[in-house]
Structures are given as C-alpha cells and as structure tokens.
Design a protein around this ligand. Structure first.
Ligand SMILES: [Zn+2]
Length: 440
C-alpha cells in the first residue's frame, strides 16, 4: 500500500450518478486533470453507491435502481461506471451516504423533543443490516468489473446527526429508543438535554441561518476536558446562555456536555465499525471514513483524533482547515472542499428531494416559491465550498506531511451543477423500469 516513499495520488469524487449523464468518466478525468494541473489521471474514482433517490445498482432487495441517461446512452448504472473506471486503470472507492431518505421508513432519526426526520438512524441495528445488505449487493456487482483488491469503501459521516435550533432551544439527533438506551448505559440523563439552557448551549448557538458551534477546543486535538470546553465557550462567546449562572452550574453543564460528546463518539464508532466488520473480505481495499477537520465534529458525532486507529479505519478523509490534524496511525487524504462533503452533500441531496413528492409535501420544500432559485443558491454555496481547482491550490495543500496520501477533488463545476439543476427541474424520469446496458 501507499506509504511515504510512494508518490502521492489524487482521487476524483463523483458525488451523484447524474454527473454521468453529463459526461463520460474519461472526459471528467481529463477535465479535472487539466484543471488541477496534474500530469497523470486520478488513481481512483469515487462512485456513489446510493443517491437520495435510490440505490445505483440492481439489488437483491428488488428496489428499483436509479439509472441515468446521457445523450443516446440509456440506463447508466454503477456497473457501467465501474467498467469504465477499470478500462481507464482506475481504482474504485464506493462512497456510502448512510443518511439517504428512502432508507428511513420506520428507522427515522428523532430529535431530543421526539420529532422525526426522514433520515435513518445509523445506530439502529436494522439500519445497519439494510446498509450492509445493499453494500454487499453493490460490491458483488462492482467486483464483476473491478478486481476486489482495487475496491475501497468510504462512509460519509459528515451528517449522521443533523441539528436544529429555534433560538436557545437546540434540537440534536438522534434520540430514538436505541440511542436513548445506549446513552442510558453510559450514564447520560437525556432529561438534562431537554432543559433550556442546557449543556449544548455551551457549544452551539442558533445563528439565524444555521447553527454556529465551537470548533476549536484545545487547538491541538488533544484530549478534551470540561475545563477546556468551558474555556472555549468563554473565548468564543458561547457562555452567554449561562451569563447569570454560577461557576458550579457552568462546570456541571460542561461535564454533562462532554459526557454526551463521548457517548455520541462511541456510538458513531460502534456503528461505523460494525458496518466495516460485516463487509470484511468482500472489498479488498481500504476502510475510509469521510469527516471534517474539527476537534469534535458535531454532525458527525466524533472526535477526529480518536478516529486515528487501525481498529477504526485505514484512511481518514477531511478538509484542510486550521488547526490541522495529521494522524499518526492511519493515513489521510485531504478533501478539497471547506467542511469536506458537508455543503456539497446538501446540494446533491436537494437535487433528489425536489423530485420527491413526499419530501415536497412533508418538509418546507413544498412552500418554496422557486425550486430552481433554491437549487441555484445551494449550488453556489457548494461551488464556493470547493477549493478552486488549480495547480496553485494543489501547491497550498499540506501534501508533503507524513501520512498524507494525496487529495480528493470533488467533481463539481458550474456546468455540472447547472446540468443537474436542469435535470431536476425538468423532472425528467431518471428511474427507468427496463434497464438497458449503456452502449458506450
Ligand atoms: Zn437513533
């Protein structure tokens, strides 16, 4: 496997099947190779196992696959993409977003106030059973075209635990029965988190357009303590919810907050570890976790430095943010976008959600005046999050550090986003019943 002595490589991340409706893999590789000033093609291409509209492969569960059309090529599935990748000599990374809405029936995440959202809870045993079943099916398909040792699996964990806020009232996820039970075992009293202000207010706040959070606690990714959290809350202005509280009250809340963060980390690692363990022996490549460069990732539920263990994964992918963390035990790849895939995922999931009548009916989406304008706004945010693809950007990435294997370039441009928006707005059928092999 790659180590310090091997040359560093770059990967191309194709985040949504519809991108294959825009261009062939060969054309995409050439375009991004030129943009980044690389003289060799990517060593691997990342392919999405699912979109928010369904799995991208024929599967044992008889779920209708999401298929894509390009010019006169119909029914493009992951098998076609894998075959194309192999013909180009590329390895394949199967990327799994475990938050896909179509998997959430009866498995929804629940916030601390008992409100459900259309996203499955990865801590639920049944969610993991289904994810593993689908993944096995996908790996089986892809191994027909790509040797198993050239297939890697990446779990996108950037939004396992979405958050909401109304003023001081913060609503984190997930508090389903299984999550509550696990928290109980760790001695976390959920009732403390129903209080306003409660422990979360020391680190999170409603910013009007989202949730702001403490992102630097120790500045060196070392072990976090209640004192460290309190200090960060004071320095970064999060103490205001406790402005009139005694030091003892603040201290107790900081302890409870840390206890919550610890158990959420443990639960996230248990869930991810279980999925990797149950896929072992199928894909011969590496176990990858996609996260964010933060000491504690609030929506991923993990302490980054504590994922640096061969027991957890082989590679970590996250953005280049400062302070920057480099692992000592596993390897890492720089994900070339701010907050890694977080903002990009938000765009790509919306592409599918606007075509989904139940999402339109049950969320605020149905009330949006112009879906196209919303998609344009999200695409601008996603494009702004991407590091500008250029030789200069590449030179600014910390690719010379130990254990850094290279970088991952998201396949995102104005033209790609524009194409996806047009397809979404038109509502052109992208799921077809009768599958035909792509001819080119
Ligand atoms: Zn749960």
């Amino acid at each position: 496997m790659t180590d310090k002595s091997t040359r560093r490589t770059w990967f191309l991340d194709i985040m949504h099947p519809v991108v294959f409706g825009f261009q062939s893999l060969d054309a995409l590789c050439s375009e991004f190779m030129q943009a980044w000033g690389e003289d060799v093609p990517p060593a691997a291409v990342c392919l999405p196992v699912f979109s928010h509209a369904g799995p991208w492969f024929e599967n044992a569960l008889h779920l209708r696959p999401y298929a894509v059309e390009r010019a006169n090529v119909r029914g493009i599935l992951i098998s076609n993409a894998a075959r194309e990748a192999n013909a180009l000599g590329l390895q394949v990374v199967l990327v799994v977003d475990p938050g896909v809405k179509w998997l959430s029936e009866n498995l929804e995440i629940v916030d601390v106030r008992g409100r459900k959202s259309a996203q499955p809870c990865i801590y639920k045993r049944r969610t993991r059973d289904l994810l593993v079943t689908f993944l096995r099916s996908c790996i089986e398909t892809v191994t027909r075209y790509v040797p198993a040792e050239r297939i890697h699996v990446a779990l996108d964990t950037v939004d396992l635990w979405p958050m909401g806020a109304e003023g001081e009232r913060l609503s984190l996820t997930c508090f389903c029965d299984e999550c509550r039970q696990r928290m109980g075992q760790a001695g976390v009293s959920v009732a403390d988190f129903e209080e306003v202000p409660g422990p979360w207010n020391l680190a999170l706040a409603d910013s009007g357009t989202g949730i702001s959070f403490i992102n630097t606690i120790t500045a060196d990714f070392s072990r976090v303590t209640p004192e460290g959290l309190l200090h960060a809350a004071e320095v970064q202005g999060f103490i205001r919810a406790f402005a009139n509280a005694t030091q003892a009250v603040r201290q107790t809340n900081a302890q409870k907050l840390l206890q919550y963060m610890e158990v959420r980390h443990a639960m996230s690692v248990e869930a991810v570890g279980d999925i990797f363990a149950r896929l072992s022996g199928l894909a011969g490549g590496r176990r990858i976790i996609i996260g964010e460069c933060m000491e504690y990732d609030w929506t991923g539920g993990t302490f980054l430095a504590r994922l640096d263990s061969a027991d957890v994964c082989d590679e970590l992918w996250y953005d280049y943010d400062q302070p920057f963390f480099t692992p000592e035990e596993v390897h890492m790849r720089v994900y070339a976008a701010a907050r890694s895939r977080y903002t990009l995922d938000a765009f790509w999931s919306l592409i599918d959600h606007v075509r989904d009548s139940s999402m339109m009916a049950t969320t605020g989406l149905g009330k949006v005046k112009s879906i196209e304008a919303l998609l344009q706004t999200r695409s601008r945010l996603a494009l702004a999050a991407c590091a500008p693809p250029s030789p200069l950007t590449r030179l600014t990435l910390p690719l010379d550090r130990d254990r850094v294997l290279g970088y991952v370039a998201p396949a995102m441009t104005d033209a790609i986003a524009g194409f996806a928006i047009t397809r979404a707005v038109e509502g052109a059928p992208q799921t077809i019943g009768k599958l035909r092999e792509a001819s080119g």
